[in-house]
Ligand binder design. Structure first.
Ligand SMILES: CSCCC(=O)C(=O)COP(=O)(O)O
Ligand SMILES: [Zn+2]
Length: 204
């Protein structure tokens, strides 16, 4: 699929995310790997539910250099880290849903463990509800390079397969293309909502 088709799909995915309420105000950021050494990242500070193709800015994956001098996402360093770590990653979606934000605060451990849900099979290579899916959970940080370094250190020991949560902040997930990143996002959001409700009901 060409970069242009993928960008059209990414813009449509951003509108879908906005309609779901998963990128309120200016929250969230989205990107696409281009052929070669660049990616396209959403512009910082925009309403991500109303982006157009012109709101995506080219960034060099190795250096975070922005040839145009425009201002891509404040979280550019997390996107480029993922593209460097995982050559198969073709698109990244970062969202601020209520469920991801609340669950990431309620959970005190360093991962959300999901088990027993058929919808785990929305995640690439998952084939059974009997397996345990671990979504890593990192403490949030306003220093994105420090946060990227922590994530890179974790990933050097434990590969991250679909995405991670930032505590009190949101979800970052990816796929080989926009369609797969979108499926992972929708699957994880469903699983987070189930997990929150299960915990609430079982606590009573
Ligand atoms: C009120 S959103 C705070 C920044 C953030 O977490 C985010 O996802 C959006 O930042 P960007 O620079 O990509 O607009
Ligand atoms: Zn964010």
């Amino acid at each position: 699929m060409t970069d242009e088709t993928q960008l059209t799909q990414l813009v449509a995915a951003c509108h879908w995310i906005g309609a779901k309420g998963w990128a309120p105000a200016t929250g969230g950021n989205m990107s696409l790997r281009q052929e070669g050494r660049y990616c396209l990242l959403s512009e910082s500070g925009k309403d991500k539910g109303a982006l157009t193709a012109d709101d995506f800015i080219q960034v060099e994956i190795a250096s975070n250099h922005v040839p145009s001098g425009r201002k891509p996402s404040a979280e550019t360093g997390l996107h480029t880290l993922i593209y460097r770590l995982y050559p198969e990653a073709g698109a990244i979606l970062h969202t601020h849903s209520v469920n991801a934000t609340v669950l990431s605060r309620v959970e005190k451990r360093a991962a959300i463990l999901l088990q027993g849900y058929e919808m785990q099979k929305t995640l690439r290579e998952q084939q059974s509800h009997l397996d345990t899916v671990a979504i890593p959970l990192f403490d949030n940080d306003q220093d994105i390079s420090a946060l990227a370094q922590r994530i890179e250190f974790f990933a050097s020991e434990t590969p991250i397969k679909w995405g991670f949560l930032l505590r009190g902040h949101g979800l970052t997930c990816w796929g080989r293309d926009v369609a797969e990143a979108k499926r992972h996002l929708e699957g994880l959001e469903f699983l987070f909502q189930c997990e929150l409700q299960r915990r609430q009901l079982e606590a009573k």
